[in-house]
Design a protein around this ligand. Structure first.
Ligand code: HEM
Length: 495
């Protein structure tokens, strides 16, 4: 009996122990889930469900505020929202909830410090046209690999060898404008110039062989870029997709011919050479094609718009034009004395006045007014919630036109760049891992064209209107029609 009661006591104690252990385990599990949750929150920089969204309005269901954005100059929409709500506000445009940010700190947070939490984002139709494997659409390892190859082709060491070829393209362009009685549409002509330089940087000396074929396809492709993405025969989008396939076919042909000639051990310093030469990266032909089409797209209209604005601003500011011309004449005298054939890389580094004109044009015109990212998880920024999946738009233009950062911001005044701007306040080429790898090439081709333009030609605007059009970058109205003529006192004096 005693043994029976002691054994039942033992059973009871064992049972109690199991309950206690179970209870403790439960507590432990609860505690660790809590800690993990806390850690996760810390990692996602999201402090809790109670965080408010930034101020702002979301407009109508689905349509949001798209109409308000596009019924006026988009910059008026951004500026008025910023005045009302401050540097971070929410809205809903083009079917997406968005958070717009317009302070240097917030732009740095999204593009640099927490870049991994914000992926680049484009409409699917644009990805299909340019090529889904182009670097703009990616993050992480694949992006870093491409970035290395692209940057290698556009770094100063590679560009140094291109100066005289860029110069030949500039002289050719100016000569052809003059031959047409000097009456030109600046933006259209600058697009051709920028296209030719882009092809040179991609294909080097092969550019002349394939240039025309590539151009005619690219022109069809770009017409469908901003069209309705309806892939039915006869639509612009359909034609664009067909032109894209044709472009990929031409590019495969070029790649094959390079592979065959590579056997003869030729060296290529151009972008295609960089893509094909790297044994470790081993890109497919399709990846190379997508990235070449992407680079042409990124390089052409951007540079052409900036050049168009430079001509407009120089035309409107005679004292600045005089200072630029004097600087360029000095450079020309120097290379004449050296008995050189023309500009070299070192000459382009001795153009501080012209470089400041480029900087000020990039600031005032801010041709890329903003860029798009998408939050990959819930993110906290300064007490606000940026929800996962929402678009985030750093507004470059608002930063470049902030009176707190640039005094009298709407005034064209290149001398303001005699003092370097504060970090993260001047981002015409973006910031962080997706910033523009072609910025040195863009500056080089602008300097070379301005050199020959100001030393040999004069020009005047043909239009009376003073407006801005969006195509999609801001441009002087009608692309700035001008009349260009050789300077009477110095016909070909520097040639
Ligand atoms: C003045 C002319 C140009 C301006 C203002 C400009 C501006 C920009 C900006 C702001 C970005 C970053 C976009 C973002 O973060 O979402 C960018 C990216 C890019 N740009 Fe440019 N760009 C110019 C010329 C060029 C040229 C000449 C090339 C090539 C030769 C080029 C190639 C690229 C590429 C490939 C990217 C994507 C980089 C990446 O995603 O990693 N750009 N550009």
């Amino acid at each position: 009996m005693a043994s029976a009661s002691s054994s039942s006591l033992l059973y009871f104690l064992a049972f109690l122990l199991i309950i206690i252990v179970f209870h403790l385990l439960l507590k432990l599990v609860r505690l660790s889930t809590h800690v993990i949750k806390k850690e996760k929150k810390k990692k996602s920089s999201y402090a809790g469900d109670e965080l408010p969204l930034p101020p702002g309005t979301m407009g109508w269901p689905y349509i949001g505020e798209t109409f308000q954005l596009y019924s006026q100059n988009p910059n008026v929409f951004f500026a008025s929202k910023q005045r009302k709500y401050g540097p971070i506000f929410k809205t809903h445009v083009l079917g997406c909830p968005c958070i717009m940010i317009s302070s240097p700190e917030a732009a740095k947070f999204v593009l640099v410090n927490r870049a991994h939490l914000f992926k680049p984002t484009f409409p699917a139709s644009k990805e299909r046209i340019l090529g889904p494997q182009a670097l703009f659409f990616h993050q992480g390892e694949y992006h870093a690999k491409l970035r290395k190859l692209v940057s290698r082709a556009f770094m100063p060491d590679s560009l140094k060898h291109m100066v005289s070829s860029v110069e030949a393209i500039a002289l050719d362009s100016l000569g052809s404008w003059e031959a047409r009685s000097g009456l030109i549409n600046t933006f259209q002509e600058m697009k051709t110039y920028a296209f030719n330089v882009a092809l040179l940087s991609i294909f080097g000396k092969d550019e002349t062989k394939y240039g025309e074929e590539l151009k005619s396809c690219y022109y069809i492709l770009e017409k469908g870029y901003n069209s309705m993405p309806i892939n039915l025969p006869g639509t612009l989008f359909h034609n664009s997709m067909k032109a894209r396939k044709e472009l990929a076919r031409i590019l495969s042909k070029i790649i094959l011919s390079r592979r065959q000639r590579k056997l003869e051990d030729e060296d290529y310093n151009d972008l295609l050479g960089s893509f094909m030469g790297d044994k470790t990266s081993s890109l497919t032909d399709e990846q190379i094609a997508d990235n070449i089409i992407g680079v042409i797209f990124a390089a052409r209209d951007t540079t052409a718009s900036v050049l168009t604005w430079i001509l407009k601003f120089l035309g409107e500011n005679p004292s600045v034009l005089k200072a630029v011309t004097e600087e360029q004449e000095y450079v020309a005298r120097n290379y004449k004395e050296r008995c050189d054939e023309g500009l070299c890389w070192a000459d382009t580094k001795k153009m501080p006045v012209t470089s400041r004109v480029i900087q000020e044009t990039l600031r005032v015109a801010s041709i890329l007014s903003f860029t798009f990212r998408e939050a990959v998880e819930d993110v906290e920024y300064q007490g606000y919630l940026i929800p996962k999946g929402w678009k985030v738009l750093p507004l470059f233009r608002n930063i470049h036109h902030s009176p707190e950062i640039f005094t009298d911001p709407d005034k064209f005044d290149p001398s303001r760049f005699e003092v370097a701007p504060k970090p993260n306040t001047f981002m015409p080429f973006g910031n962080g891992s997706h910033s523009c790898p072609g910025n040195e090439l863009a500056k080089l081709e602008i300097l070379v064209l301005i050199h020959h333009l100001t030393t040999k030609y004069r020009w005047s605007s043909m239009g009376q209107q003073n407006g801005i059009q969006y195509a999609p970058f801001p441009l002087p109205i009608n692309g700035l029609p001008i009349r260009l003529s050789l300077k009477p006192t110095s016909p070909h004096q520097f040639l």
